[in-house]
Design a protein around this ligand. Structure first.
Ligand code: C2E
Ligand code: MG
Ligand code: MG
Length: 566
């Protein structure tokens, strides 16, 4: 649409009330503005006030005659001014008397339209400008547009979304969140400029979508977009089209998107919450590296409530020691008989309502909001104290590995905290093992390499967890300072399946051997897996084949068995 004939910047038709006791005047003015605005009418002040109160939420403008029976225009102005909800609606006074202007101004009128109505364009311009001014006043955000994409900023987006809801409360809308999978890695592999191209291409495609369907869009975060648009049934075509264009523009066909849709969103919850839900759906696809979308539904809502409950219960859980540290043994299998070599500390939550809750239910959740640090510190302390207890009791060190979350890596005091924990428990760093997940390396390789270097200089031993589950290339291994590689369970699963699975594991072990990095296989459940791994030269094994993670008392039986074996 050309700007000159546009009703409003966002294309939404505003509602205007014309208040005049003379039929001819109402019709004349109505004719002028009705092509750009929805118009309702009142015949005197009292009727006008009733109507305004009823339509308060959706009304954008009052065109008010002064001389009227029952209640005149001045009185209406006064009444409007007294009510904070109504006073936001701009009023233009319709008058043929200049003297009325000053008094109306004093009473809060925004502008005048002189009678008779002989300049329709001027009238339209005044109406439009007064509405815009009033709306801008209510939008007190610093910047309207995101510099890189030209889309709305998040604040502005929500303001416009709220306004849209105000005018069209009954129009079904979808809240959509779109994210780029592995955006950090894309930036790292191809450079920021390339990353920017991906972002601007998505923005361009969103604009294209908005040309065809009512709605608004913003960039909410580096690689995250919000789209608020008229409800539709099919998202697949839309999503595929964006991905196709990205691949055309960037020349890279491996960039994928995930999309969460809160379809036909519940208008009774605020717009931020609606987008939280779409984000929740989108996040559920986080570990899926293909392009795809998912709908927010009831089961997700329940999961969300469950998540909220867990977040709310965490502090009490720590205070009341509901969190239990279990230990799973790792066995060195390079000799004739497997030898107990260390253990991994794994947390569980003995929740008062839900019973025993596994870490997969709460660790990723607590990672999202930073709560995980508190839990990790708790586990780190418990594990250190446990090493010391066993050392005192059995005269040997059973090194225990603790999981270091990727959030911990950003903590500038991480090194000092770990050193303190070790020292407080009378241990040396080499008795303590740290597991850092592979995805932390790919997320932020520079920071992590630096952190790991320092930790290793202090004497800590660092194992790379879940190797192969993420994106790092084998090539990356050469630059990473680590003491052991924990092969992700998925490889162990594939071991028995076919020849290819075994060859993969063989290859990884060979490369690790070349780099002199010992390999730990986790998730080993069967004798067959154990024997295959032994054959291809795997050094250490962890898995149900030997033992599940168990409480400390139970773990002692394994220590005692190991001691008797000697
Ligand atoms: P992870 O560090 O890779 O831990 C190994 C997971 O594999 C554990 O699950 C363990 O119980 C499971 N497992 C071990 N052997 C087998 C097997 O033979 N078969 C199968 N199917 N599973 C096996 P768990 O305890 O549920 O922990 C899941 C993940 O939660 C851990 O994966 C780790 O990433 C995280 N986690 C656990 N405790 C902590 C903690 O204290 N802090 C942090 N940040 N993360 C933790
Ligand atoms: Mg681990
Ligand atoms: Mg693991």
């Amino acid at each position: 649409m050309a700007d000159a004939v546009r009703t409003a910047r966002d294309g939404i038709r505003r509602l205007v009330v014309i208040v005049d006791d003379e039929h001819v005047n109402r019709r004349l003015l109505g004719k002028i503005i009705e092509k750009d605005y929805d118009v309702i009418y009142a015949e005197d002040g009292r009727e006008a006030l009733d109507l305004i109160k009823k339509r308060e939420k959706t009304l954008s403008m009052i065109l008010l005659d002064i001389m009227m029976p029952n209640m005149d225009g001045y009185e209406v102005l006064e009444k409007l001014r007294e009510d904070p909800d109504l006073s936001r609606i701009p009023v233009i006074v319709l008058t043929s008397e200049r003297s009325a202007e000053v008094r109306s101004l004093q009473l809060g009128a925004a502008d005048f339209i002189p009678k008779p109505y002989d300049m329709p364009q001027v009238i339209l311009a005044r109406v439009r400008r007064s509405i815009e001014l009033a709306e801008d006043n209510s939008i007190i955000s610093a910047t309207e547009n995101d510099a890189l994409t030209g889309l709305y900023t998040k604040d502005f987006f929500f303001q416009h979304g709220r306004r849209h809801d105000q005018y069209y409360p009954d129009v079904p809308m979808d809240a959509i969140v779109i994210n780029v999978n592995r955006f950090r890695l894309i930036n790292e592999l191809h450079g920021r400029l390339f990353g920017d191209t991906v972002i601007t291409t998505i923005a361009g495609q969103l604009n294209r979508i908005l040309d065809e369907a009512d709605g608004i869009a913003c960039r909410s975060d580096a690689d995250s977009f919000y789209l608020y648009i008229l409800h539709r049934e099919n998202y697949e075509a839309m999503l595929n089209r964006i991905v196709t264009v990205i691949s055309e523009v960037s020349g890279n066909s491996r960039i994928s998107l995930r999309m969460g849709v809160y379809s036909n969103a519940d208008m009774s919850v605020d717009i931020e919450t609606r987008f939280d839900r779409a984000s929740f759906a989108c996040n559920s696809l986080r570990n899926n590296y293909n392009t795809g979308f998912t709908l927010y539904d009831n089961s997700m809502h329940e999961k969300e409530l469950y998540s909220e409950k867990l977040i709310g219960d965490m502090d009490t859980g720590v205070e009341e020691r509901q969190f239990k540290v279990y230990y799973q043994p790792k066995y060195n299998i390079t000799g004739i008989e497997p030898v107990l070599s260390s253990a991994e500390a794994l947390i569980r939550w003995q929740h008062p309502e839900y019973g025993m809750v596994g870490p997969a239910n709460f660790i990723p959740l607590f990672e999202e909001n930073g709560l995980v640090q508190k839990l990790d510190h708790y586990v780190w302390r418990e594990a250190a104290a446990q090493i010391k207890r066993w050392k005192d009791k059995y005269g040997i060190t059973i090194p225990i590995s603790v999981n270091v979350s990727r959030i911990d890596i950003y903590d500038p005091e991480l090194e000092q905290k770990l050193l303190n924990i070790v020292k407080e428990n009378g241990l040396e760093p080499y008795e303590y093992l740290l597991e850092i997940t592979e995805s932390a390396y790919t997320d932020n390789s520079e920071q992590i390499i630096e952190t790991v270097k320092k930790l290793r200089e202090d004497g800590f031993r660092v194992e790379m967890d879940d190797f192969g589950a993420g994106y790092s290339s084998l090539n990356m291994l050469a630059t990473l300072p680590i003491d052991a590689l924990k092969l992700d369970m998925v490889f162990i699963r594939k071991l028995g399946e076919d020849d290819k699975g075994l060859k993969m594991v063989q290859l990884m072990i060979d490369i690790a051997k070349f780099l002199r990095i010992p390999v730990i296989a986790e998730g080993v459940e069967t004798k067959e897996q154990y024997e295959l791994l032994k054959k291809v030269g795997c050094d250490v094994i962890q898995g149900f084949y030997f033992s599940k993670p168990v409480p400390a008392e139970e773990f002692e039986k394994l220590i005692e068995a190991a001691l008797n074996q000697r």
